[in-house]
Design a protein around this ligand. Structure first.
Ligand SMILES: NCc1[nH]cc(CCC(=O)O)c1CC(=O)O
Length: 305
């Protein structure tokens, strides 16, 4: 053999969804380059701790810490993430090198045909402060209960009748082949989490070779929208445990960023929208400041602490 092909080691969490997403990244890389790709599953804190609400653990970097360590130690060349689980502030030595095209951004309700159709006082399985607050804004009688585990675990728990319904991201359900599970909730009714539906690939900031390989599979519109949603989070000093929703969309080169902040019980909320150019995300920070200015106290105290 004259040549050994370049081998790119791709770190990922080990859940079925994470492995599926890593497979999408591998397939895209193999289609773009004559390289080999090895998928390296890594167990994260978030995978180990299944019995408490993540927000309760209060831990940071639940899904990324171990992958960050492996990346910085050179055990892997890149890490695949659901971007909505990635901390707002990343280590300076790690860069978001690419994002795949975004999937369906909506949440799906599973267990009832519509939020209005849920029985009075129904228990809804979710550990997402955003989903719990949005549900209670629409239906203050509903009772969110802690619901953890990967997508299959949650669907199995729902089947036991422990809760009347649950909400899951359409993106994850689609990627797992569950095309008929649940009904999509329009973003006008329930704005999704920042970066929902976007798969990102991170690499070491000083690794130019990997950056070049990943640039070939980047989807710039998705990348720009994810950066805008993350810029809003940064300006709010929020993270994936904050009751905040945000969605950026691009049309004719103009980006529109919609956002909503809620109190934990959804009784207080504020929402707004801003437009700008994808090359200058200052409008995201301006929107954050405007929302905080207009927010009721019960909302403001959760942000920009
Ligand atoms: N927090 C868990 C998580 N992280 C990413 C997804 C789904 C895929 C995505 O939104 O990109 C999910 C499950 C869910 O919210 O239903």
């Amino acid at each position: 053999m004259a040549h050994t092909m370049k081998m790119l080691r791709l770190g990922t969490r080990g859940s079925p969804l994470a492995l599926t997403q890593a497979g999408l990244v591998r397939d895209a890389l193999l289609a773009a380059h004559a390289i080999e790709v090895e998928i390296v599953p890594i167990r994260t804190t978030g995978d180990r701790v299944q019995d408490r609400a993540l927000a309760e653990i209060g831990g940071k970097a639940l899904w990324t810490k171990e992958l960050d360590r492996a990346l910085l130690a050179g055990e892997i060349d890149a890490a695949v993430h659901s971007m909505k689980d990635v901390e707002t502030i990343r280590p300076p030595a790690i860069a978001i090198a690419a994002t795949l095209p975004r999937a369906d951004v909506r949440d799906r309700l599973i267990g009832a045909p519509a939020i209005e159709a849920l029985p009075h006082g129904a228990a809804i399985g979710t550990s997402s402060p955003r989903r719990a607050a949005q549900l209670r804004r629409l239906r203050p009688d509903l009772v969110p209960v802690v619901f953890r585990g990967n997508v299959d675990t949650r669907l199995a728990k729902l089947a036991t009748g422990e809760v009347a319904a649950t909400l899951l991201a359409a993106a994850g359900l689609e990627r797992l082949g569950r095309h008929d599970t649940g009904v999509p909730i329009p973003p006008e009714v329930m704005l999704p989490a920042p970066a929902q539906g976007a798969v990102g690939i991170e690499a070491r900031a000083d690794d130019a070779e990997t950056a070049t390989l990943l640039a070939a599979i980047d989807h710039p519109p998705t990348h720009a929208c994810v950066l805008a949603e993350r810029a809003l989070l940064a300006a709010l000093k929020a993270d994936c445990h904050s009751p905040v929703a945000a969605l950026a969309t691009l049309a004719n080169g103009v980006m529109t960023l919609a956002a909503e902040l809620l109190s934990e019980d959804g009784a207080a909320h504020v929402s707004g929208e801003a437009q700008g150019q994808p090359g200058d995300l200052s409008f995201a920070g301006d929107l954050a400041a405007d929302l905080l200015r207009r927010a009721p106290d019960a909302v403001r105290k959760l942000f920009a602490a």
